[in-house]
Design a protein around this ligand. Structure first.
Ligand code: CAA
Length: 387
């Protein structure tokens, strides 16, 4: 935090990508958000459009099919997409923050030219497979096993659960145990091809929110991975996962800011139109206090999220900043969406307006990519040096 230079002006490039995201978000995503929420239909066409505009690989260099922008541009784009529909933002976030970041940081040239390019250009969808039925927060308790063969390749067996984009992803970043007795140091990361034998998708999870972001369990049953499909070095997988999740947490913080902004803006519009006791409800002090408190929390968490992105862009470690942003933004989004439902009252509870969707969608931001409890643990460990 010391020595941070504060400059509130965005660059022309950052504004350009924000504008591209806003255009697709308003013209294509927002109009179909209620339909996607209602049916759970995966928004394939909108994902293609986001890919065409470089929004599936915002920080990926142009030579690998991305937009070649910085983490601040990514945050600005994510906020626009999430304000239109959080489910679209989830898919975008896993592709950008988890899948692309992992290959950018740890991938070899061939992996960058193939799997990274396919995702960054939006031709394929990526997934991140860490969680298992018995290991969520306690990620080192995984059981999925990869056993090395004489030819250097691996045979993989096990299950992964709650896999975002699992039902549609072609490329999956998998974390499996190669040296079980080594704990966190015995985990290896693999790039998996979902079309190969030994890979099975389970049934899609019915969810409270982000319903158009498809989620399922995946199973490995004698899946063969070649030696050149290891990402980074064998045994480095857990550190890769944790480092990539730092970036992921900036993505989820941005998503939470987008949901919070949408709930806030809907509320500001509504209190000017809705009349009670002969006047607009926005003239009542109890409503004014809600609007003011929502605005304060929204602005604060947007700044924290941009700070985390700025820190990432400096090439410095940003674990604390990312967790502070994710924790604060997700709790603010939940609180702001709650206030928005209350302000809209009956209409807030109705599916005729999007606020009940914001309320349902906000909840997941407090859960995935590390629950609020895990974010508090990460922040406190970083601040105190204690475990
Ligand atoms: N960056 C780099 N390395 C890191 C790191 C980071 N941020 N955090 C930890 N590490 C390294 C440590 O240095 C350590 O390395 P060494 O073995 O070399 O010393 C190793 O990782 C193990 O670290 P810990 O001992 O701290 O591990 P732990 O077992 O105590 O767990 C934890 C730490 C923070 C609780 C971690 O397990 C965690 O973050 N859990 C939450 C998991 C999570 O976020 N899951 C999200 C699922 S994915 C998802 O939701 C995506 C989606 O689909 C939308």
């Amino acid at each position: 935090m010391e020595g941070i230079a504060v400059d509130f002006a965005f660059t022309e490039e950052q504004l350009m990508i924000q504008d591209a995201a806003r255009r697709i978000a308003r013209e294509k995503i927002a109009p179909s958000a209620a339909h996607h929420d209602h049916t759970g239909e995966f928004p394939r066409e909108n994902m293609r459009l986001l890919g065409e505009s470089g929004l599936m690989g915002v920080e990926v260099p142009v030579e690998y099919g991305g937009a070649g922008m910085d983490p601040i541009a990514y945050v600005l784009a994510m906020i626009e997409v999430a304000a239109a529909d959080a489910a679209h933002a989830t898919i975008m976030s896993v592709n950008n923050s988890l899948f692309c970041n992992a290959i950018l940081q740890h991938g070899g040239e061939a992996q960058k030219q193939t799997q990274l390019r396919a995702i960054a250009e939006g031709h394929e969808i990526g997934a991140f497979a860490l969680t298992e039925p018995q290991s969520g927060s306690d990620a080192t308790a995984m059981r999925c096993r990869a056993v090395q063969q004489a030819d250097g390749g691996y045979v993989i067996n096990g299950k992964k659960s709650w896999i975002t984009s699992g039902p549609v992803a072609r490329h999956v970043l998998l974390f499996a145990l190669t040296e079980p007795e080594q704990g966190a140091r015995g985990v290896t990361a693999f790039l998996i091809d979902a079309e190969r034998e030994g890979y099975r998708r389970g049934k899609a999870e019915p969810k409270l929110g982000i319903r158009a972001s498809a989620t399922c369990e995946i199973e490995f049953d004698g899946y063969h991975a070649r030696a050149d499909e290891v990402l980074g070095e064998p045994g480095q997988g857990f550190r890769i996962a944790m480092g990539v999740l730092d970036a992921g947490r900036i993505g989820i913080a941005s998503q939470a800011v987008g949901i919070a902004r949408a709930a806030y803006e809907a509320s500001v519009d509504y209190v000017k139109e809705r009349k009670a006791f002969g006047q607009a409800i926005g003239s009542f002090q109890m409503i004014q206090a809600k609007i003011a408190d929502m605005k304060c929390r929204l602005d604060a968490v947007q700044l924290l999220t941009l700070r985390a992105a700025w820190q990432k862009g400096q090439g410095a470690r940003f674990t604390t900043e990312a967790s502070v942003a994710k924790l604060s933004a997700s709790e603010a989004a939940m609180w702001i969406a709650h206030q928005a439902v209350q302000i809209h009252a009956g209409m807030g509870y109705s599916k005729e307006m999007p606020v009940e969707r914001y309320f349902r969608d906000a909840k997941i931001t407090e859960i995935y990519e590390g629950t609020s409890e895990i974010q508090r643990l990460v922040i406190a460990r970083q601040e105190t040096g204690l475990r």
